[in-house]
Design a binder for this molecule. Structure first.
Ligand code: ADP
Ligand code: MG
Ligand code: MG
Length: 876
């Protein structure tokens, strides 16, 4: 089969086979743009090469030789011939663009003989030897694996000897001398001579480009960008054109629009008398493309025309590599230009207005993950000097503050007006007041779905977690990185988008809801059918959610309302109560507090549904840590405390011990609490309906959806639903019931609930998939432990495609969701379905939710714009 394809036989749709660069070179050749002729060795050839242990097959070598023969005819030159030598470039070109990750060799076909021919032919000795030394350097580096620094050294020495600063000032004799030095260097470092045989050069170069697919930086790039290792790379062999042949030559890069603002203006740089990567390598300072207009007006015009033609053809902004030889323009590469988030939006909106794109296409093009740059504050990059360490980018945005190592101090300091960064080995729900008081959170342990990460994302606070290079020692009020010590009160900056921890207070850039973003969001809303709600636990977050376009609250976690410093003692009294009477007393105190929370939520969400989940976590989460308490007790015993104090601690200790569970996540939580202590749920339900009643009186429209967590058996829901209906009746009475169309539903987060959805649906008005727990229980992975321990190994070894706590496992967990949705709807067609786990803000997971026919996704307020666009893309 054909593994070598000439440019004039390919086209843009053959990207998988020809790689991006090859497919575009072919497409441009077809469009009769000035592309130097050549051919592409396919990705299939690359995979075959890997398969047989990195060897080029005889068949492939023959195909290459025959394509080269064709090229010789086309150019009227001969590869390796003295009088009129054909020179080629050997260029890597993967399917997904990986700029700068793999290798390219120029001027192949030069040797001691052909270099003289080239010199004679062009009547330019200096130029010919410049090409030759470039070839040796690139070949030496890419093929023979000699570090560039050795060649640069020799070049530097030569320039000193000649007393010049710029490469283009070096004389022909200088280059000849350098070539002697390079040959010696190659012999010394690689233990072999630079190959004089041109076919050997070509064979070795092709092998090297194939192998560069597996070099470490390419591997890392693929991993970060989720590019499959199985793609392989194509190789492009292209006849050379020369930008380094004199002052009517040059090379450069242009973008058809400005890649940092999106403005419709020509943007780029070029160098006169230069080759290949000179522009990006920074050997000389390139000139702005505007100057080409006066330097080479015809070339400039032609380039401008080509750029417009390409935009028209591809309906997108292009990045163009060009070379000018003897006042003639050649296009060497094009690709969709990389751009930042704001530029991407502006370009998409402009292209729609210019009639090149439909709204659907424009929305479909937005890179959802890039929007994070826009929706959060960022750091002024050029101010960054001292990066202390890098952890996981757990919650995007930048935060500046003074370092504090415990939650109480954070709360105290923030009351005095200080801005705080809270650093903890890890956070627990007890630290919540510290988290609220801080600008950003840093932890040394825990993954992307650890407590700190989830809470921070929910609040839209920057968070860097799992930063293992930092040792955080709260007791000593400092943290260590190697032998550096950073004390409480020092200023640091967190970059939650990159995971960097930076010493000092960096200047920040504000987040922007730009006009273009609003336009694209409006288009997305016209397209999508999946609704987007927010996870929000308080009126402040709810109002942010509304600004971001939320169509309701999909999850309001009532326990978060229990953690504030003035409520926690009451909550603890409720838990520690010895009998029901005492417990009811404490609950009585909590009732008005909860009620006012709910009133706030209902007012903000006026007319939109608010899903309120009744108390979910195990009670011990509200109590002091067992080990710490034990230590305190021991201290009191040995060092002698007052009897009263001792008795108090002892009592607390006993209670905490009784509530202690080996497996709290599978323990006494969720509706299991509500069933054993009905008075707790009773209070919460009463608070909800009292709040509803108040708000209705004030003229708001209230749509509460009461959600029972952790149901695994229909009987649980049946019982608790009766409780809700009973309390609603009592509080609202006949008249108000009419104005308060409440719903009762459940979270589906225990596999058994999904499996018995038919029975459960009989008592539910809605299902909300709690995919955090559902994932945890379906896989049998403890979320709090798995991430830091074995899960990363699983992902590294590709046993799992993604972290299932970040990207919904469609194959497994997804089946349960699918099953439950369909079984539930068969029993109750009006059943509403949604998802409220962390996955609600993840693009791939949103696609899954759309396909499965869920009614809505719910995610943290700051991810709502992303979710709106992803939901539209899922529809497209
Ligand atoms: P990358 O994928 O890293 O951009 P390329 O294959 O595009 O690498 O090669 C780098 C540069 O080498 C190009 O931008 C171009 O300037 C130069 N180059 C490649 N092929 C040729 C050629 N046939 N003639 C002249 N210059 C070339
Ligand atoms: Mg390139
Ligand atoms: Mg849950």
């Amino acid at each position: 089969n054909k593994q070598v394809i000439p440019f004039h036989e390919g086209n843009a749709s053959m990207k998988a086979l020809l790689g991006g660069k090859g497919a575009n070179l072919a497409e441009m050749t077809r469009a009769q743009l000035p592309v130097p002729p050549g051919f592409t060795i396919t990705t299939e050839a690359c995979l075959a090469f890997f398969k047989v242990g990195n060897r080029l097959s005889e068949e492939l070598l023959e195909q290459i030789a025959s394509a080269l023969g064709q090229l010789e005819k086309q150019k009227g030159q001969k590869f390796g011939e003295e009088n009129n030598p054909l020179l080629v470039s050997v260029r890597s070109g993967s399917v997904t663009s990986m700029p700068g990750m793999m290798d390219t060799i120029l001027n192949l076909g030069l040797n001691d003989v052909t270099v003289q021919g080239l010199a004679k032919l062009t009547n330019n000795e200096r130029f010919a030897y410049d090409c030759y030394r470039r070839l040796m350097q690139m070949f030496g580096n890419v093929v023979l694996g000699i570090e560039s620094i050795h060649f640069e050294h020799l070049l530097h020495r030569l320039k000193e000897k000649e007393g010049v600063e710029q490469d283009q000032e070096v004389t022909a004799d200088g280059w000849k001398q350098l070539i002697v030095d390079y040959k010696r260097c190659i012999q010394a470092k690689a233990g072999r001579d630079f190959p004089q045989h041109v076919y050997e050069q070509l064979r070795m170069a092709v092998e090297a480009v194939f192998k560069s697919w597996n070099n470490p930086r390419a591997r890392i790039y693929r991993k970060i960008n989720r590019i499959p290792d199985e793609q392989g790379t194509a190789v492009n062999v292209q006849s050379m054109v020369f930008g380094n042949r004199g002052d009517n030559c040059g090379t450069g890069v242009v973008f058809t629009r400005n890649p940092s603002t999106g403005k419709n203006e020509f943007f780029g740089e070029y160098l006169i008398n230069a080759q290949g990567e000179d522009v990006v390598a920074g050997v000389r300072t390139p000139l702005a493309i505007a100057e080409l207009k006066s330097a080479m007006p015809e070339i400039y015009d032609q380039l401008y025309q080509v750029s417009k033609q390409l935009e028209k053809h591809y309906h997108d902004m292009q990045d163009i590599e060009f070379t000018v030889e003897d006042n003639k323009l050649y296009i060497l590469q094009i690709r969709g230009g990389k751009r930042n988030a704001q530029a991407a939006l502006k370009i998409a909106v402009d292209l729609v207005q210019e009639g090149f794109l439909s709204k659907q296409e424009a929305v479909g093009r937005i890179e959802v993950s890039h929007l994070e740059q826009l929706l959060h504050r960022g750091i002024e990059e050029n101010a960054v000097k001292d990066v202390l360490a890098t952890g996981l980018p757990a919650s995007p945005g930048a935060a500046v503050g003074q370092l504090v190592f415990n939650a109480d101090t954070a709360a105290e300091w923030s009351r005095t007006g200080k801005v705080i960064i809270l650093a903890r080995p890890e956070t627990t729900p007890e630290d919540i007041h510290g988290v609220i008081a801080s600008e950003g959170i840093l932890t040394s342990r825990g993954g992307m779905t650890s407590h700190a990460a989830v809470v921070a994302r929910g609040m839209g606070k920057p968070c860097v977690c799992g930063c293992e290079d930092i040792r955080i020692i709260p007791d000593e009020k400092r943290m260590l990185v190697g032998n550096r010590v950073i004390e409480e009160g020092e200023w640091i900056t967190l970059d939650g988008a990159s995971g960097r921890v930076i010493i000092g207070a960096m200047p920040l850039q504000e987040a922007r809801m730009t006009e273009e973003l609003l336009t694209v969001l409006k288009w997305a809303d016209e397209i999508r059918t999946l609704k987007v709600r927010a996870n929000a636990d308080n009126p402040h977050d709810a109002s942010i959610a509304r600004q971001m376009g939320a169509e309701g609250i999909g999850l309001c976690r009532t326990e978060h309302m229990f953690f504030s410093p003035n409520r926690l003692p009451v909550v603890q009294r409720m838990i520690l109560a010895d009998d029901t009477r005492e417990r009811k007393e404490a609950l009585g105190q909590l009732l008005p507090m909860q009620q006012s929370d709910f009133e706030g939520m209902f007012e903000v969400m006026d007319g939109l549904p608010v899903t309120i989940r009744l108390l979910d976590p195990p009670l011990h989460e509200f109590l002091p840590n067992l080990e710490e308490l034990q230590r305190k007790y021991d201290r009191l015993t040995y060092e002698g405390g007052s009897d009263l104090e001792k008795a108090e601690v002892a009592q607390l200790l006993r209670k905490v011990q009784t509530l202690h569970e080996t497996n709290p996540m599978l323990g006494w939580r969720g509706c299991r609490l509500g069933i054993v202590y009905p008075e707790i749920y009773d209070m919460q339900i009463e608070a909800i309906f009292r709040a509803a009643s108040r708000c209705i009186d004030r003229g708001f429209r209230v749509v509460p959806e009461i959600m029972i967590p952790l149901v695994g058996h229909a009987n649980e829901l049946k019982l608790l639903r009766e409780l809700v209906d009973f309390v609603a009746d009592q509080v609202l009475g006949k008249d108000k019931l009419h104005d308060c169309p409440y719903k009762v539903g459940t979270m589906i987060e225990v596999p058994r609930a999904a499996l018995t959805a038919r029975q459960i649906a009989a008592y539910a008005d809605f299902f909300s998939f709690g995919t955090n727990d559902l994932t945890q229980m379906t896989f049998g992975y403890s979320r709090d432990d798995a991430e830091g321990k074995f899960l990363s190994h699983y992902i590294d070894q590709k046993l799992l495609p993604h972290n299932p706590f970040q990207v919904l496992d469609a194959e497994g967990v997804g089946q349960l969701i699918d099953l439950a949705v369909h079984a539930g709807k068969r029993v109750k067609p009006s059943l509403k379905t949604g998802i409220c786990g962390e996955h609600g803000g993840d693009k791939e997971s949103i696609f899954f939710c759309h396909q499965t026919g869920l009614d809505y996704v719910s995610c943290s307020p700051y991810r709502i714009p992303l979710a709106r666009i992803a939901a539209a893309q899922a529809f497209i």
